[in-house]
Design a protein around this ligand. Structure first.
Ligand SMILES: C[S@@+](CC[C@H](N)C(=O)[O-])C[C@H]1O[C@@H](n2cnc3c(N)ncnc32)[C@H](O)[C@@H]1O
Length: 127
């Protein structure tokens, strides 16, 4: 999960150079990742708590790996972070947005492969 933020720029315009990213991922993933100037990695379990403070919450290639119930839990955690962010901001400030990017699937044999991948990513399936 990624959080994008361009706060600090009050002219109403955002350039790419102003955007900062936070990748919220598992602790072991963050420990192996290399932060960059405008990119940081924050350990998080998106079933428990998602960091607040983002302008945009980006779930890219993420929900398709999980069951409907797990997706609901991820969305609930994300919603809580967005509500927390909105409360900390003034009413006139832009409110956080949610962006979900997923590939559309045709009904082909690739669908079976995708469903198999979903099963192995599901909690406890790798234990
Ligand atoms: C399919 S990848 C998508 C990664 C990235 N968004 C992309 O588009 O390439 C799913 C990511 O979710 C992370 N992940 C799995 N379980 C997680 C959890 N409980 N909390 C946070 N991140 C988790 C994985 O480590 C992996 O990086």
């Amino acid at each position: 999960m990624s959080l994008l933020s361009s706060r600090g720029h009050s002219d109403g315009h955002t350039s790419n150079a102003a955007v900062c990213g936070v990748v919220a991922d598992r602790d072991d993933v963050c420990r192996r990742a290399a932060s960059a100037e405008r990119l940081t990695f924050v350990p998080a379990d998106f079933f428990v708590r998602v960091p607040d403070g983002g302008d945009c919450y980006l779930l890219k290639n993420l929900p398709h790996n999980w069951s409907p119930d797990s997706c609901r839990r991820i969305l609930v955690s994300t919603r809580e972070a967005m509500i927390c962010t909105a409360r900390a901001r003034g009413a006139a400030d832009p409110q956080p947005q949610l962006l979900v990017i997923e590939a559309l699937m045709e009904r082909t044999e690739d669908t079976v492969r995708a469903i198999f991948q979903m099963v192995i990513c599901e909690e406890d399936a790798r234990a």
